[in-house]
Design a protein around this ligand. Structure first.
Ligand code: AP5
Length: 217
């Protein structure tokens, strides 16, 4: 199955994509994770994109489209894929249509996870991410067992640079202006599936699986 997860920052796209990926054995492709890795490694691409990411702006389309195109050509994507954080605007959505058409693939569903702005602020201000394996926690909703250490690998947890309140506000504005029009784009293609992201992580997962008709993993 080829799925896009769409939603505002902090709506739970990464959390749900990871659960879907583990349960159904489909690769999770997060443009945000790929870009953050480049920043952490200090590559020239990382240096370029850091400036945009730290301000809560979108990285230029050409860079992200190229990254995505390469990633979709990797053999594991033959099993399907879960796109998290791409596309982010109409230009990227149209580029994706062309990339997929050229390799004879199509999107099966676009899941829009809806969450209020107040909840986003609460979630992102308490998010912690493992420096080593990238697992995402929330100090209130799904805290690590031991203070500030990853349950899985013991790695140190950190606060993302773009989770500062002023940057979250900018990311929300960018989402409303640039990404929200994709709801209509995919609605017209009859691919959009709306899910409330306001319930627990497990309930949101169950609703997504039900709506997509996925069997229990
Ligand atoms: P990206 O990494 O994609 O960030 P985002 O879309 O803003 O989304 P987040 O990762 O912040 O949140 P999420 O929805 O994945 O939520 P999560 O599961 O972590 O992009 C970052 C930056 O990279 C962009 O600003 C841009 O600069 C650049 N970029 C990336 N892609 C790009 C593209 N295509 N084009 C251009 N630029 C691009 O959950 C959040 C928190 O809530 C966690 O603490 C989690 O534990 C908790 N949580 C999750 N679900 C629930 C729940 N149901 N109940 C309670 N808590 C929950």
């Amino acid at each position: 199955m080829n799925i896009i997860l769409l939603g505002p920052p902090g709506s739970g796209k990464g959390t749900q994509a990871e659960m879907l990926s583990k349960t159904y054995g489909i690769p999770h492709i997060s443009t945000g994770d790929i870009l953050r890795e480049e920043v952490m490694k200090g590559t020239s691409l990382g240096e370029k994109v850091k400036v945009y990411m730290n301000k809560g702006e979108l990285v230029p389309d050409e860079l992200v489209i190229e990254i995505l195109k390469k990633r979709l050509q990797e053999p594991d994507c033959k099993k399907g894929f879960i796109l998290d954080g791409f596309p982010r605007n109409l230009r990227q959505a149209k580029a994706l249509d062309i990339i997929l058409r050229d390799v004879n693939l199509k999107i099966d569903a676009v899941v829009y996870i809806d969450v209020t702005d107040e909840e986003i602020m609460r979630r992102l201000s308490l998010r912690r991410t493992c420096k080593v394996c990238g697992r995402v926690y929330n100090l209130y909703y799904n805290p690590p067992k031991y203070d500030e250490k990853c349950d899985i690998c013991g790695g140190e947890l950190f606060i993302r640079d773009d989770d500062k309140p002023e940057v979250i506000e900018r990311r929300l504005k960018v989402f409303n202006e640039e990404t929200k029009p994709l709801i209509e784009y995919y609605e017209e293609k009859r691919l959009l599936v709306r899910i409330s992201g306001m319930s627990s992580i497990d309930d949101v997962f169950r609703h997504i699986a039900e709506k997509l008709g996925l069997k229990k993993g």
